[in-house]
Write a protein that binds this ligand. Structure first.
Ligand code: PEP
Length: 251
């Protein structure tokens, strides 16, 4: 079966409200009417509502960079799924390596958040990937397997098909060191086989697996040409509308 390509821009902790609106306007102008690719932008929380207004009437979807797993209450600094939903958010990035590295994200919290996002009818983008030393010591597959089994613990096949996985080798994020298309394809194929083991082959075939890590207009086509690479999670190159377009519609 053919899976739709999904390209998501993770703006990270960049852009004020005004800057976000300008970037979103640029993205809408460049790729707002694209239909054969699902295009998502993930601004910081503070810009979500303003960007949602810019995206109205276009095909560009709104994503958030994280969520807290509790519904409401005394959790200073956190944002709930209903708050995101009320801003028009449809996708939520979970388990990004920066969340794991700096903010104590674990496979267990990713699992709780995945459940909360699915229960709200939104799409989790579950990030997994190995550190450089893990790749060098030959445990890339083991690391990805542990992260995926943790994130999907207790999640049914019917719900798993509503998720997206982003394979992001940590050594390639923001470093300019992109995984080769073969390295990416090897891990994506492994992840799909793992999903077939955890669920079944049809379920595994339906789940979109994005690659993330220094994807740019000049390497996107080759990466996206691999059979198990179904899209990209884009950091740096999503901050300039023309560069983002060069990934959504690679020349
Ligand atoms: C990311 O942060 O998810 C990412 C892939 O960043 P970059 O494209 O800048 O490597």
């Amino acid at each position: 079966m053919s899976r739709k390509v999904i390209i998501a821009g993770n703006w990270k902790m960049n852009k004020t409200v005004e800057e976000s609106v300008a970037l979103a306007q640029g993205v809408v102008a460049e790729v707002g009417s694209v239909q054969d690719v699902t295009v998502v932008v993930c601004p910081p929380y503070t810009s979500l509502y303003a960007v949602s207004q810019v995206l109205k009437g276009s095909n560009v979807k709104l994503g958030a960079q994280d969520v807290y797993f509790e519904a409401s209450g005394a959790y200073t600094g956190k944002v709930s799924i209903s708050m995101l939903k009320s801003c028009g958010v449809e996708f939520v990035i979970l388990g990004h390596s920066e969340q794991r590295q700096f903010f104590g994200e674990t496979d267990e919290t990713v699992n709780k958040k995945t459940n909360v996002v699915l229960a709200a009818g939104l799409t989790p983008i579950v990030c997994v990937g190995e550190l450089l030393e893990e790749r060098e010591s030959g445990v890339t597959e083991k690391v990805c397997e542990t992260q995926i089994r943790g994130a999907y613990a207790g999640i049914s096949a019917a719900d798993a098909v509503k998720t997206v996985i982003a394979y992001e080798p940590v050594w390639a994020i923001g470093t300019g060191k992109v995984a080769s298309p073969e390295q990416a394809e090897d891990v994506h194929a492994f992840i799909r086989k793992l999903l077939a083991d955890m669920y079944d082959a049809p379920t595994a075939e339906m789940i979109q697996i994005q690659y993330g890590g220094s994807m740019k207009p000049d390497n996107a086509k080759e990466l996206l040409g691999k059979p198990n690479v179904d899209g990209g999670l884009i950091g740096g190159a999503s901050l300039v509308a023309e560069q983002f377009k060069g990934i959504v519609i690679p020349a």
